[in-house]
Design a protein. Structure first.
Length: 512
């Protein structure tokens, strides 16, 4: 189906932000009649590349050609006029308006200076018919499922005479049936000679729908590959920056075969959330580090949020000390002895305008509801103790925490939870974005806390860290648990193989 010559071609595209090279001479080629997957871990440059192509950002170097003609879109509207349309993960439409109003929002056909509603409705039905979708276009968009809303967003994109469609994580909120329906639409668009850029973290879906794959890492091009000629193991290795053979085959250095029998602190069975995490089983014993490994989008953070009561599970059960528990909120989780250091410390961890002292005593106040009764002297004692214990570099306890380095902010968040004396500490990417010294200190602290009897759920995209600190490792892929490793089974190589392994269901799906 693919004609000669690229529909879209990028040559040596660069994009700079203060102190950061977001795109470093990237080449990219999308052909007509092709579904092209854009892959890479967090910070690889995928979002920046899309924003350059769609006019959100102006490139700082290189060139872009559409059907051989140089282009330089200065806004998303200008990109749309060129035939480049984007559908984002979050449906960017107005739910209170009708389906037809959303499809033609801002460009309604007019007759005698008035909106021609008959044409709006007729053309909306025609746009949806191209996707084999028949619905009442006069109904509010909110009355339809997320899957239908995604189809409406695609119909809007196609109605602006798009030649190139970019889909950014379009399946994140869809169930398997809805994904199959979307893929059927994409295949029809491909057969109509449209070029489709497909951005997703779901490996099975990438292999089920794409013709080619381009991999980015740290803002640079790793390579372009035919999907059928690139194994999952090769793809995972290229995304992570090391070939599979380079990973140590040496088994995890466990603490010896004769470990003391441990008692389960927290366990979940068939625990999940529709659209967020497929039901899984997981047990965390007292005084144990359980690692969660998987690529970005595999369900690591979703697991942590469910365990901490931020999101509500809609299947399965949780027990603490053998007693059934249903967490109603993070506050309830804190009272049950759970603590959570989130991945994004800037927006979900620190309270930037509060002092170091106030940030450290925050969880203790939430657990005991004693912030007002906790004396200033006691607050200072707690803050001083943990600043000294963790080596937090700050002029004093009253320094606004936003002024601290990333590593010291991370230590302050750890201090907050340690002050509350939790039984289970959930660490989501605790060493991301901090220097080597701070990383080593946090890893040592993790092992020290476990020796003192604390349980830890350790989430990291760096497999070396997971292997170094974990007693057991649960491996996630496509928001499902696919393996659990323990003792001598734990190695970077075995984790990568588990991530890359295609199950029977996936293999069957790809042959259809």
């Amino acid at each position: 189906m693919m004609a000669d010559g690229p529909l879209l071609q990028l040559r040596g595209v660069r994009k700079l932000f203060p102190g950061v090279i977001a795109l470093d001479g990237v080449d990219f080629a999308l052909r007509r009649g092709e579904i092209h997957a854009l892959m890479g871990e967090n910070g690889a440059g995928k979002s920046t590349l899309i924003k350059v192509v769609t006019g959100v950002h102006r490139r700082d170097g290189g060139e872009m050609l559409l059907e051989g003609t140089p282009i330089d879109p200065r806004s998303p509207l200008e990109a749309q006029r060129l035939g480049i349309s984007t559908v984002y993960q979050e449906v960017n439409l107005i739910p209170t308006l009708s389906v037809a109003e959303n499809i033609f929002l801002g460009r309604q056909p007019r007759r005698w200076r008035r909106i021609d509603w008959r044409r709006v409705h007729d053309r909306s039905r025609q746009a949806l018919a191209r996707l084999h979708l028949e619905i009442d276009v006069t109904r509010p968009l909110s009355s339809y499922s997320i899957a239908i809303q995604q189809m409406v967003a695609i119909a809007r994109a196609l109605d602006v005479r798009a030649r190139l469609l970019i889909l950014d994580e379009p399946t994140s909120s869809l169930d398997p049936g809805e994904v199959a329906r979307l893929f059927a639409v994409l295949r029809r668009l491909r057969d109509d000679a449209m070029g489709v850029v497909f951005v997703s973290h779901f490996l099975q879906q990438v292999y089920a729908i794409s013709d080619r794959i381009t991999v980015l890492r740290n803002g640079a091009l790793v390579g372009e590959y035919k999907t059928a000629e690139l194994s999952r193991e090769q793809l995972v290795a290229k995304m992570m920056g090391r070939e599979l053979a380079e990973f140590e085959s040496q088994a995890h250095d466990s603490q010896g075969p004769e470990k003391k029998a441990r008692r389960a602190f927290l366990s979940v069975r068939n625990f999940g959330r529709a659209g967020g995490l497929q039901p899984l089983d997981l047990v965390i014993d007292e005084g144990e580090v359980v690692g969660l490994a998987g690529l970005l989008g595999s369900g690591r953070t979703q697991t942590a949020r469910l365990l901490f009561g931020i999101d509500k599970a809609d299947s399965g059960e949780m027990t603490i000390d053998g007693n059934p528990i249903r967490l109603s909120s993070p506050r309830e989780a804190i009272r049950r002895g759970l603590a959570f250091c989130p991945e994004d410390r800037k927006t979900a961890g620190i309270v930037a305008d509060l002092s170091v002292r106030e940030n450290i005593v925050l969880a203790l106040a939430a657990r005991n509801s004693v912030f007002r009764s906790l004396s200033r002297k006691r607050q200072n004692e707690i803050a001083d103790r943990f600043i000294a214990h963790l080596g937090i570099v700050t002029p004093d306890t009253e320094q606004p925490i936003r002024n601290l380095s990333g590593g010291n902010q991370q230590k302050a968040i750890l201090a907050r939870w340690l002050a509350a004396n939790p039984r289970l500490l959930i660490l989501d990417e605790p060493t991301r974005g901090i220097d080597v010294g701070a990383k080593a200190q946090i890893q040592r602290l993790t092992l020290l806390l476990v020796k003192e009897g604390m349980s830890i759920l350790f989430i990291s995209s760096e497999l070396e860290e997971v292997v170094r600190v974990s007693d057991r490792v649960a491996v996630l892929r496509d928001r499902a648990k696919v393996a659990e490793l323990s003792g001598a089974q734990i190695s970077e190589q075995s984790i990568m193989r588990a991530i890359a392994q295609a199950g029977p269901a996936a293999a069957a799906k790809e042959t259809t």
